[in-house]
Design a protein around this ligand. Structure first.
Ligand code: G3H
Ligand code: ZN
Length: 289
């Protein structure tokens, strides 16, 4: 299959009360694991790559990273029976514009380092371009912190204001709106709750499908309740990294003389496939291809 625009999946999920996984990949093996799991679950999946993963793939050049990942994802989709969308996660304006030209079927602009007015203006500009090219557009209002191993600075957590969310979607026409409900990026344990009362208020004002970032650190109970209340795209990264790395570590621990990357990376992939399958089932998107 060719890469698919995920907008119709998200609208269906929104209407029927399930969610689509936005699964992050940093390399070829993680991409393969997501695609394989989608096939095994007969599920639509969004494969996504973040700004920092682009720098990693492109040896410090994010545009090279976009080119590598677009090529790999197109080939993976062509060889797969599952519907695959390719999404830019936490992109800059430059990356989003380039990704649209390179065949990504969905993009997110991360306006966190911009003022509210700039976030609206840039999101609107990219949305207009994306819609001309039949590409899905996500942007964010509020802030989900990215402490990246450091201690969390509470000031970095800015919960989404319901009136701001309404104003943002009216001014930008984005297809998916990422909101902050108390999650934090990069957590290895599922300890956080979500502000469901806030989600209810946002939902009462905003019809646009909503996105949860930082889901790895959120309890399953909170995610499930939030999906029922109208979250339609759930982003998952750290949980996948953890599974992949534990698989590799196990392989290396078991055989001290193992040096063939094909062997230990395969064990990483296998461990990740299981977690992606479990998340697809949990989100309710198994069998929805
Ligand atoms: O954009 C990606 C996500 O928000 C994933 O966050 O690493 O906490 O699962 P996570
Ligand atoms: Zn995120």
């Amino acid at each position: 299959m060719t890469l698919v625009n995920p907008r119709s999946w998200i609208l269906k999920a929104h209407k029927e009360g399930f969610a689509i996984g936005g699964f992050n990949a940093n390399n070829f093996e993680q991409l393969q694991a997501i695609v394989k799991a989608a096939e095994l679950e007969n599920a639509p999946v969004i494969v996504q790559i973040s700004h920092r993963a682009l720098l990693y793939l492109g040896n410090g050049n994010e545009i090279t990273g976009l080119q590598y990942f677009a090529d790999m994802a197109k080939r993976a989709a062509a060889n797969s029976t599952a519907p695959i969308a390719l999404h830019l996660d936490h992109g800059t304006e430059l990356e989003a514009t380039q990704a649209i030209g390179l065949g990504f079927t969905s993009v997110m602009f991360d306006g966190e380092s911009h003022t509210r007015e700039e976030n609206i203006a840039i999101s609107k500009k990219i949305t207009d371009l994306a819609h001309k090219m039949d590409i899905c557009m996500e942007a964010e209002i509020g802030a989900v912190p990215k402490p990246d191993g450091a201690e969390l600075d509470e000031a970095d957590l800015v919960l989404t204001d319901p009136d701001d969310a309404l104003d943002f979607v009216e001014k930008t026409s984005v297809d998916m709106l990422a909101i902050a409900l108390g999650s934090v990026h990069g957590m290895q344990a599922k300890e956080n709750d979500l502000d469901l009362a806030r989600l209810k208020e946002i939902r009462a004002k905003v019809e646009t499908p909503l996105v949860l970032h930082g889901s790895s650190g959120v309890t399953n109970e909170a995610i499930q309740a939030a999906i029922k209340m109208g979250l339609s795209k759930i982003n998952i990264a750290t949980q996948l990294n953890k599974a992949f790395t534990l698989g590799v570590r196990k392989a290396l621990d078991e055989k001290q003389n193992l040096v063939d990357p094909r062997k230990y990376l395969t064990q990483g992939m296998e461990a990740q496939i299981e977690v992606v399958r479990e998340r697809i089932q949990f989100l309710g998107s198994s069998g929805k291809a």
